[in-house]
Design a protein. Structure first.
Length: 356
């Protein structure tokens, strides 16, 4: 039996369970399976998000597992959305079917994000799931890292990791004629520096969360010159492993041991795009002021620390519903803000100047 990973010459190949189009579009080779898969998983996530029931987080883990297996091993087309947008825009007008192939997954995710917020990030993203799972399995290391005695050890490990990334990038020489893959290695180095800074001063967290918009802007800026940048997320969705993306992926996962969902917080360009859409999503997590005891029980459970002093950052929130499930008073609920006038609720503010 063939393994999911194998070698062809000097290239590491990722084999998919499904290699051909299951639902071809007309007489073309374009496959509708990724679109239907993403739409179906998004519908399930949206229903579970709106339905309050015990052990919802176990259901979320199940959906994340199914999504990771389906997207990584099930279908061949890439789900690396930032790169797909660039590739789709590059052929739009010249090859509309090709543009459709590249843009359909992002269009589906974007449509659900405008309705239900970043449910892709909190329920379906394989890289986010891997970071969250790894952080949970190694939770004891974060407690140890916050102790003063670990300060010098933490920075020594950071310097070693920084050197390893530079050395790996030099040895693999991952740049190609059109994809500057090693860019993501440098982004990961930047992420390391940000994580070390935030660990030293937690007040810098909110500032660096806006850094992902600079990453998004830089990716689209270099596209003007015909250069495409890969990401750690892209390593799972190509026929041949891109070494710099693989190095970056390992770096992101290692950093999630120190700071949960570090990539999602500070660097993810897909999260930056979806965050802008989620800011005005129809369904939002609101607070029932009559029930809230203001004891802050919703804050420590957030995997990206998007709730501070009762303020939820809508652009950063992953809609994992942990805060809703953690509130014993039922003060937090998911509501349709298009009908918000009918409900006596107060929204979590996206602006840090508004306090309850």
């Amino acid at each position: 039996m063939d393994l999911p990973f194998g070698w062809e010459g000097d290239r590491l190949v990722i084999r998919k369970v499904i290699e051909r189009a299951l639902l071809p579009l007309g007489n073309t080779a374009l496959d509708l399976t990724p679109f239907l898969m993403m739409a179906g998983l998004s519908v399930v996530a949206a229903l579970l998000m709106r339905w309050r029931f015990p052990h919802r987080q176990w259901a979320r883990r199940l959906v994340q597992t199914i999504s990771a297996v389906a997207l990584i091993m099930g279908v061949h087309p890439c789900a690396c959305m930032t790169r797909d947008i660039i590739l789709g825009a590059n052929v739009l007008g010249r090859d509309d079917l090709g543009a459709f192939k590249y843009l359909i997954v992002f269009a589906t995710v974007a449509a659900f994000t405008t309705l239900f917020g970043r449910i892709f990030c909190g329920w379906l993203c394989p890289l986010g799931f891997a970071q969250e799972l790894l952080a949970k399995l190694t939770a004891w290391t974060r407690g140890a890292a916050d102790r003063p005695a670990w300060l010098y050890v933490r920075y020594a490990l950071g310097v070693l990791f920084l050197g390893a990334l530079f050395y790996s990038s030099y040895k693999t020489k991952p740049a190609t004629f059109s994809f500057i893959e090693h860019a993501m290695v440098f982004y990961t180095i930047g992420l390391l520096l940000i994580v070390l800074t935030v660990l030293a001063d937690r007040s810098k967290d909110w500032f660096f969360k806006r850094f992902r918009y600079a990453i998004l802007a830089s990716i689209f800026a270099v596209f003007i010159y015909g250069v495409y940048a890969n990401g750690p997320f892209c390593v799972f969705f190509t026929a041949y492993v891109e070494w710099a993306s693989l190095i970056s992926c390992f770096g992101v996962l290692l950093l999630s041991v120190v700071l949960m969902n570090a990539w999602c917080r500070y660097m993810c360009p897909e999260g930056a795009m979806l965050g802008l859409l989620a800011k005005r999503a129809a369904w939002q997590i609101n607070r029932n002021d009559a029930r809230c005891r203001r004891d802050g029980c919703c804050e420590p459970v957030c995997p990206v620390d998007c709730i501070v002093m009762g303020i939820r950052d809508r652009e950063t929130c992953l809609y994992c519903m942990k805060c809703v499930d953690a509130c014993p008073y039922g003060a937090l609920e998911i509501v349709n803000e298009l009908e918000a006038g009918k409900k006596q609720t107060i929204p979590f503010s996206p602006r840090p100047t508004e306090y309850f």
